[in-house]
Design a protein around this ligand. Sequence first.
Ligand code: SAJ
Length: 419
Amino acid sequence: NKICVIGLGYIGLPTSVMFANNGLKVHGVDVNAAAVQKIQNKQLHIEENGLEERLIAAIDSGNLTVSTTPEKADVFIIAVPSPINPDKTADMKYVKAATKSIVPYLEKGNLVILESTVPPRTVEDIMLPILKESGLEIGTELFVSHSPERVIPGRVFEELVHNSRIVGGINEKSSEMTRDLYRAFVKGEIFLTDATTAEMVKVIENTYRDVNIAFANELARISENIGVNVWEAISLANHHPRVNIHLPGPGVGGHCIAVDPWFLVELDPENAKIIHLSRQTNDSMPLFVANKVKTICEQQQISNPKIAVLGLSFKANIDDMRESPSLEVIHHLSDMKLELTAFDPHIKEQNLPQQSLDLEETLNKADIVLILTEHDEFKILDSKQTANLVRSKIVVDTKNCLPREAWMKAGFDVHVLGD
Ligand code: SAJ
């Protein structure tokens, strides 16, 4: 079996590497020539635990080649972005372009698998009409399925192997071929269904999480008003065998959870009410956090306050800034004319004018230390050393990730979101 993987990002590259290191021939394709060149040189263009050594092994084995154009193969896997437009409608241009790009290479007996998360019916209504241009008969000469990736950034290699997998073929043969292929490395269960159900399953998993986080954020706001620590309340409630409330925070980021619920809102706005409201609730959190910071500055009568923003990536211990709530918080703070410097140990390139690549410089003479991402580096931040650098000793912890006692002992006024 030879596999051609379209899209070498957070999903396509680890997946290519897994197949290659399990003995299959893989040709990876990306439109980003700079990324392709890096991969050829066994260098990473994204951060993921365990990726570097696996990429080196895959290239050295000769099983993985990469370029900017597809090649003939037995199986084509599409793992490209499926974002939303500014008006919150699904942007399928990458899925369409990727599908079109493989048409000239398709041959009788090939299997095409879509891994990108898409609005239900995308395979049937968007991909199949494009694939028909190959002249092959769909279902007998060309097999097609949706097998959504379900891995969490940071733990991709563990989850690729051990998570269960959903495979939705356009017919049974497509599902079976897809299942047999992923068995090369998947140790979790593999469930077969149809393509549209598989699309729905993936989208509702992320929507469930978004709605649950919105509930947690709502609880955080209520708790602040009634004098309860929401973190303690949620943790105690979760001891109930049938309760699993997620955690509040400065918003929901990433290219999945903050995006996929919109697919359902677009498909059925009449009925997707809680889903829509949850999106709005989570999207309102960055402004809520910025307002909290502003109020503290006013209450403490700090003139020309300087904010040290810690954390730019959308969640802990990764380098991915896509849809990060931190960017929104920074945007609101800037609108409020608050001076700020932002730092993230995982983001090593200058992306923002307010960004510093140095932690000490960020903390120097700050009035408020604002934690937006619970990176391990921040959890172990030395409160005494920080106290010596800052101008006012105030910390706002939106992730409840700092050891509160230690920071209070170092003289800090500690504000925790939802407390
Ligand atoms: N977040 C909270 N509170 C929580 C959990 C998360 O505010 O209790 C925030 C995070 O800080 C982050 C955002 O939500 O900003 C999303 O983070 P996440 O860890 O929940 O999820 P992702 O986007 O990294 O990955 C999700 C996963 N989906 C589910 O767990 C159902 C992953 O399995 C999917 O493969 C991925 O989306 C995807 O690609 O769709």
